[in-house]
Design a protein around this ligand. Structure first.
Ligand SMILES: [Zn+2]
Length: 208
């Protein structure tokens, strides 16, 4: 009788493990398992591998997610490194560092009674890059005209075939005109007054 019971229990164990048995059956199975060592062992053997397998699957899943995360972080680090390198190269080769007033010679020439040329020469052996911002003003007729320039000189590493160390810009002598040079250490302002180019000892206060 007991052997028959055992066989029935063993048949039911897979269903019991998968929670497919009724509450009534569960009571009988559990009662039997508590009193029958053999079935208890069979039950544990059936149950354990599944749990271990599930655990292994979970670990594999976690490992996979960790790998994906690490790879994603590595990708971000790589992309940011590239951006940083490009930014540094752009800065060094294209934009450069603001020039100090000591590193520059200014040469102003008068072409004729109407026009002069204003030349900035960089004397530190580097290439000169100048950004020019025109300043708008109004003439006597109320028309918008260019009343001056703000020049910002940058010192850039020399490149083969691109070693120009000077920058020239024309200016009108027929009307008042301001040229502000924005050095790293100070602003220097040149003004055209009465057909003459003068360097102002006291720089004009011009909003940034
Ligand atoms: Zn049994």
């Amino acid at each position: 009788m007991n052997k028959i019971n055992c066989n029935i229990i063993k048949d039911l164990l897979p269903l019991y493990i998968d929670n497919l048995t009724s509450n009534e059956s569960n009571e009988i199975i559990e009662e039997h398992l508590n009193s029958c060592n053999e079935c208890q062992i069979v039950y544990e053997q059936m149950n354990t591998p599944i749990e271990a397998e599930q655990e292994q699957n979970r670990e594999n899943e976690i490992d996979y997610l960790k790998k994906v995360k690490t790879k994603t972080i590595k990708n971000y680090v790589f992309v940011f490194s590239i951006i940083a390198i490009v930014a540094i190269l752009t800065f060094v080769f294209l934009i450069g560092i603001r020039v100090k007033s000591d590193d520059v010679n200014i040469v102003a020439n008068v072409y004729d009674e109407n026009e002069g040329s204003f030349k900035i020469v960089l004397s530190n052996g580097k290439r000169l890059n100048v950004t020019t911002r025109p300043i708008s003003g109004m003439d006597d007729n109320g028309d918008i005209i260019t009343a001056g320039y703000v020049l910002t000189p940058y010192s850039v590493l020399t490149l083969p075939g691109k070693d120009c160390n000077n920058y020239t810009i024309g200016y009108p002598l027929t009307r008042d005109f301001n040229i502000t040079i924005r050095f790293r250490d100070k602003d220097v302002v040149y003004v055209v007054r009465s057909n003459q180019l003068l360097e102002l000892k006291e720089p004009l206060s011009e909003g940034k």
